[in-house]
Ligand binder design. Structure first.
Ligand SMILES: CC(C)(COP(=O)(O)OP(=O)(O)OC[C@H]1O[C@@H](n2cnc3c(N)ncnc32)[C@H](O)[C@@H]1OP(=O)(O)O)[C@@H](O)C(=O)NCCC(=O)NCCS
Length: 184
């Protein structure tokens, strides 16, 4: 696949049953967990640091994922770590941050370096999360700059893994369609 490109000898590593759309680009030190899915026009560049995407997580169309290099003042740099069952909505920008499990990143959200998003969080569409901020488990955040809006309801907490499941099912359909030889 030409959309999986090596950088300095490291090529993206894929778990089982992942779906990588033909129209995305993944470069370098990227690890994808089982059943993860990467949709059209995603650009993910694990060149100056690493990117890890957990099991059953989906990165939707047009999202951009990048990292910050190591330096004297910042020896680890900022890798990008995305947990399990995470939904990243269309055209989000995730840069050098850590996202927990069962998080929904709204469409067009921008998440900056050294942010930590704990488990079970929803980030509203179009939000901007400033560098170094920590978003607390179980809350909705939205706005620019992002603010804690309210506690998530039971229904929303159930929706978070369900959203990831929906994308696991959708990517299975895509995989089956292409395996059945339908034209790309
Ligand atoms: C934030 C969100 C979850 C709605 O939460 P909610 O509590 O139901 O919010 P409501 O629709 O009741 O609106 C409450 C207030 O927040 C505002 N608001 C809603 N979404 C907002 C957002 N993304 N950013 C800023 N303000 C927002 C509303 O305008 C309203 O303001 P008002 O009280 O001044 O009128 C939803 O708007 C959202 O952004 N979902 C993300 C969906 C997505 O991107 N999915 C990924 C692709 S599948």
């Amino acid at each position: 696949m030409t959309n999986l490109r090596p950088y300095q000898g490291i090529t993206p590593r894929l778990g089982q049953r992942v779906y990588i759309d033909e129209a995305c680009v993944l470069v370098g030190d990227i690890t994808l967990g089982d059943d993860a899915s990467i949709w059209p026009l995603v650009a993910a560049r694990g060149d100056v640091n690493r990117i890890i995407i957990g099991q059953r997580s989906n990165i939707q169309d047009g999202s951009v994922l990048h990292v910050t290099r190591r330096s004297t003042n910042n020896p680890e740099g900022y890798p990008l770590i995305i947990g399990d069952d995470v939904t990243v909505g269309h055209k989000a920008m995730l840069h050098g941050c850590t996202i927990g499990n069962r998080v929904l990143v709204g469409m067009g959200a921008i998440i900056l370096d050294n942010v930590v998003v704990e488990d079970d969080v929803i980030i509203g569409a179009g939000s901007v999360v400033p560098p170094g901020k920590r978003l607390q488990a179980g809350y909705l955040y939205m706005g620019n700059p992002v603010r804690q809006a309210r506690v998530l309801s039971e229904q929303e907490l159930k929706f978070l893994p369900a959203s990831a499941d929906n994308y696991v099912r959708l990517k299975q359909e895509y995989l089956q369609q292409y395996e059945a030889g339908e034209k790309r």
